[in-house]
Write a protein that binds this ligand. Structure first.
Ligand code: SF4
Length: 329
């Protein structure tokens, strides 16, 4: 398969298609941790798809498998129509240029012994995009693009604040001019005051370069701000997927309703009347999970079928997908 095939699929709706993706890890002799267990969704060109859920729900594993950093146990990830897990040689290298990641921890993700300029240009060097003066100018341009300045190129990561380090991580991802970026909890490790700045920078860059994001987070309020659509994961499964507006105005899955009820509302009058839905029951283990709905042990609406049959993700309203037996016809 040639590079042209990688670039010529014009179907924006199906820019990235994740089909029945599974990522399982063997734990000990007979146990299997089903971190991602039969998840399907698409990412439209130029959009931000938020992926949310409690820690351990599989969202980070899902993002990394979509990028090919983990081999899929089963299922497919199609990037512009081509299964990324089948790529080899120069096609694989081309995909790694087109699909980048911004990591959660801006402290751990930058090599402390490299200058900022060398960190940013790693991808440029690997892919042989620029050399000499052009390379230096590109580093300066990237630093300025993310709100830093050219003098920062010769400094080391420890000389920067958390927010500045995340800006360096963003510049590094942008250096190879990607089409798609997985933002893996890029603001979780930052002060609240800095979080909005980094999110606004990501939005600005998306508009400027037509980027597509998979934005992984457990902070639901920030996800709402940046995402066009949001997918909610629970124990390795996708339980709800719809536009950001619909999800926050009218969540349909009992788990999403509980998650959203926990977010404080800025309006004091509304906040007074907010009713928090407390989740009961233990969070089940993703190791050898029971059959049926993964949320059944904590769901106040659980009925017999919920313990026997896993609900499929189905479109119950226009562009609003839910996996719950309450919506069976
Ligand atoms: Fe609750 Fe059943 Fe729906 Fe699962 S399928 S969320 S247990 S009602």
């Amino acid at each position: 398969m040639s590079k042209d095939n990688l670039n010529n699929n014009k179907n924006d709706e199906d820019f990235i298609q994740v089909k029945n993706l599974k990522k399982h890890f063997k734990v000990g002799k007979n146990a299997v941790l089903k971190a991602v267990d039969d998840v399907s969704f698409n990412i439209r060109k130029g959009e931000t798809l938020g992926l949310v859920g409690e820690s351990g729900c599989g969202k980070t594993t899902c993002g990394r498998t979509v990028l090919g950093l983990y081999e899929a146990t089963e299922g497919e990830v199609l990037f512009e129509g081509v299964d990324i897990h089948s790529l080899k040689g120069k096609d694989k290298k081309e995909f790694t240029k087109n699909a980048q990641i911004i990591f959660q921890d801006p402290y751990a993700s930058l090599n402390p012994r490299m200058t900022v300029g060398d960190i940013i240009s790693e991808g440029i060097d690997i892919h042989g995009i620029y050399t000499g003066e052009e390379r230096t100018n590109k580093i300066y341009e990237l630093l300025e693009l993310v709100g830093l300045n050219r003098e920062h190129a010769s400094r080391f990561p420890h000389e920067f604040s958390g927010g500045q380090r995340q800006r360096i991580g963003i510049a590094r991802a942008l250096a190879v001019e990607p089409k798609f970026i997985v933002c893996d909890e890029p603001i979780s490790a930052l002060d609240v005051s800095i979080q909005a700045q980094v999110v606004n920078l990501l939005i600005k860059l998306q508009e400027e370069f037509g980027l597509t994001y998979l934005f992984i987070a457990h902070d639901l309020s920030m996800v709402k701000h940046i995402s066009d659509r949001v997918g909610v994961m629970y124990l390795g499964t996708m339980v709800e997927l719809t536009s950001s507006g619909k999800l926050y105005d009218k969540p349909l899955h009992p788990y999403t309703q509980a998650l959203l009820s926990a977010i404080p509302v800025p309006d004091p009058e509304v906040e007074k009347t907010r009713q928090r839905i407390m989740l009961e029951g233990e969070v089940p283990s993703p190791i050898n999970p029971k059959p049926g709905c993964r949320f059944a042990a904590r769901c106040k609406y659980a009925k017999e079928i919920c313990h026997e049959q896993r609900p499929e993700l189905k479109e119950v309203e226009d562009d609003h997908f839910v996996a719950c037996h309450l919506f069976d016809e």
